[in-house]
Structure formats: structure tokens, C-alpha cells
Design a protein around this ligand. Structure first.
Ligand code: SF4
Length: 375
């Protein structure tokens, strides 16, 4: 089942209105982080290393609604931390649905079956389940044996109850393109609406610093994965962003397209970096030195970045900026095969064995918080 027409229309008409109004910097997706604590401690995560007093904090529903209204983006992505650990997540989602925002609630799904009665199926709500590949690869990435089976079981339950479900997958150096393609088959057979992909960002706070991808490696890996596509595969991403990952296009980063709001305020400049905070969205736009960011800026923190939160809004903007961009999007949607013999050959290259799973316990603070949430 593809993205509902009502969502496509809402997004397209919103972007066209921004263009007609002559706005150069406009938000497409609000990244709303209502908390940082999590019930996992993934090796590639840079979000859960805060001290205990920060991990215990939550945005209130009112703070969430104020940010959503201030920003005005038609879509809201709720990452974290693990949003299902927020004690008022049901209230937050209900308020966003009432505001007719298309919500992607990003979850590792460990608590999804337990909490699912907090939510009602709606075209506005999608569970975006974090799955980083097939069973072995996912459990390795999230440092939790059995994590894949719990998540897949929760996906089945959510689909059975009529919820929209997508997957979100972060790929690191050493990902096996053949296995990733087999994972796409598994997810489509499971019945998810679509899949989201992003290369991992090299957080300097993440425990595993060895497996982040440089730009050349990223393009090569995504070329192998996304060329010669099966017609069954559905992606909840702009076709031009997928072409960007495959190395067929270049875009500047447009971090204002997916601004981040969390307990500290509006984060400068993006979801990944923390170069200060603004109190309002208008202040974020006005006071961030945007020219200091993006690959072309020479900022070393941006040098290898190709992540979804920096570049998908750029790709969507390109669709609506020229007839060529629009036609390329239509072509990528209708004819997504991308035949490429060299990419087929790349699939046969020997791959490094998956390194053994290191089970990392959640931080004491997160574990305590999980107990509190369950109590
Ligand atoms: S290139 Fe990446 S790290 Fe740099 S501003 Fe853009 S999204 Fe943030």
C-alpha cells in the first residue's frame, strides 16, 4: 500500500505554496524529540549519552503542540530516545492527529505491543519501526539479541489492527548489500507500507566509531543496494533522494527542511549537530549561520554526511524547483528499476563476515526510566 494520496497532495500543495510565497527556507518535516532516554543502547547512536537528569526530562504535550504550530511543517517525525517511553505519548499523538499532521512515530518497537492500545489507527499516524536489516544484522546494530523478532512481531500486530507501518533503516560501513536487498523482500512480504533508508552519521559520542561511512563508500553501497530494484519494493522517500544516495545527483544540505525541537529548544543547525539552541523557530532561521554547514562549507562535521534529515528536503525541493526535477521524480516513481550491470557485479563481491554481536545494556538511567514507564 503506497503513501495515501491525501498525504502526497498535502505535501505537494504545501511545498508549492512555499514556492509561490518565495520562501527559500521552509520546514518540511519537524523532527520532534520529546525525550532522549531509550530502552536500547545502539552502537551507532549519539542520542543517549546525556547525563541522568537530562535523560529523565520529557517535553510536555503543550510544548510539543506549540513547536508544531510554530513550525507549520505538514509532517512530524518523532524520534528520540524511544518515544513509547514518554508517559504522555498517547496524548501527544492524539493532539497531532487533531491538528492533521502526518506523523511518523519512530520506535524500536520493543514496547509497541504493550502500548498499542494508547493509539487509534489513522491515516495521519504511521509507526516507523527501526529495523537495521535482517535478524543477525539488526540485532548486531542495536546490540540486543532478539530485537528483530520482537520488532517484527509488533509490526504484525500493528498491521493486523489497521495501523500504517513503515520501517526505518540506518546502514553502516560493512553492510552487506545482498542481505539488505533480502531484508527489503522480507519487509514487503510482512506487509509494511514502505521503507526509509539513511546512511549512519558519524556521531563523535557513539560507542562504535569504526563503522561510519564516508561519502564515496556510501554512494557505492547504495548503488549496489538500490540499482536493479524489484518492482515490489516501496520506499517512503523521495526518488531523487534515493538517486542522491546512489551517487546520481548532488544536493546542498538544507537543514532547515527538517528542523529539530527537543527539551533544549530549537537545535542549531540540524538533527545531528548541536551548535546552540534558539527559543523560537523564527529565531532558529534568523540566527543560525547556515553557510557554515553542508558539505560545501568545509565544516569537518558535515564532510561525510548524506543523511536523510539533511538532504531529503533538498531532494523534495528539487522536485518542485524545475520541470526537469519534476519529470525526474515522475520517472523515478514510475520506472524505478535503475538497471546497472556494474551494480549487479558489486553484489557478488566478497563481504566481510558479520562481526559478533556485542550486547550493550541500556544505561542505568535508561533502565531505571524504563522501569518507571512500565510501572
Ligand atoms: S551536512 Fe549533515 S551534519 Fe551538516 S548540517 Fe547538514 S545534516 Fe547536519
Amino acid at each position: 500500500m503506497p503513501v495515501p494520496v491525501s498525504q502526497m497532495w498535502t505535501v505537494a500543495s504545501y511545498v508549492l505554496r512555499q514556492k509561490l510565497a518565495g520562501r527559500k527556507q521552509y520546514p518540511l518535516v519537524l523532527m520532534l524529540e520529546p525525550l532522549f532516554r531509550c530502552n536500547l543502547a545502539c552502537a551507532g547512536c549519539g542520542k543517549i549519552q546525556y547525563p541522568a537528569h537530562i535523560l529523565k526530562k520529557d517535553l510536555t504535550p503543550e510544548e510539543c503542540f506549540r513547536a508544531v504550530e510554530e513550525c507549520g511543517a505538514p509532517m512530524v517525525s518523532i524520534p528520540g530516545g524511544e518515544p513509547l517511553m514518554h508517559p504522555q505519548i498517547g496524548e501527544i499523538i492524539e493532539g497531532l492527529v487533531a491538528r492533521k499532521k502526518y506523523i511518523y512515530l519512530c520506535t524500536n518497537a520493543l514496547l509497541l505491543k504493550e502500548k498499542i492500545d494508547l493509539f487509534k489507527p489513522s491515516k495521519y499516524l504511521t509507526f516507523s519501526v527501526h529495523l537495521d536489516g535482517q535478524r543477525e544484522e539488526h540485532d548486531l546494530a542495536v546490540c540486543r539479541e532478539g530485537g528483530y523478532d520482537i520488532a517484527v512481531d509488533a509490526v504484525r500486530e500493528a498491521l493486523k489492527r489497521g495501523f500504517r507501518v513503515t520501517t526505518n533503516t540506518t546502514l553502516f560501513d560493512g553492510a552487506n548489500p545482498k542481505s539488505v536487498r533480502a531484508f527489503f523482500d522480507e519487509m514487503m512480504e510482512l506487509g509494511v507500507e514502505g521503507m526509509m533508508l539513511s546512511p549512519g552519521y558519524s556521531y563523535d559520542k557513539a560507542p562504535d566509531q569504526k563503522h561510519f561511512l564516508g561519502r564515496a563508500k556510501t554512494r557505492r553501497m547504495f548503488r549496489a543496494i538500490l540499482s536493479n530494484r524489484k518492482k515490489e519494493w516501496q520506499f517512503n522517500l523521495s526518488p531523487l533522494f534515493l538517486e542522491f544516495l546512489m551517487g546520481k545527483r548532488t544536493y546542498p544540505c538544507t537543514p532547515w527542511g527538517m528542523p529539530t525541537y527537543n527539551i533544549f529548544g530549537w537545535q542549531k543547525p540540524c538533527y545531528l549537530l548541536q551548535d546552540g539552541y534558539a527559543e523560537t523557530f523564527a529565531e532558529l532561521l534568523a540566527t543560525t549561520e547556515w553557510s557554515n554547514y553542508g558539505t560545501e562549507s568545509g565544516n569537518p562535521a558535515c564532510a561525510n554526511c548524506m543523511v536523510h534529515s539533511g538532504y531529503e528536503a533538498s531532494a523534495v525541493n528539487a522536485t518542485f524547483s524545475s520541470l526537469g526535477g519534476f519529470l525526474a521524480t515522475v520517472k523515478g516513481t514510475l520506472f524505478p528499476a535503475y538497471r546497472d550491470d556494474e551494480a549487479l557485479r558489486m553484489l557478488e563481491e566478497p563481504q566481510a563476515a558479520v562481526h559478533p554481536l556485542v550486547q550493550i545494556a541500556p544505561t542505568t538511567e535508561s533502565a531505571e526510566a524504563l522501569q518507571e514507564t512500565r510501572a
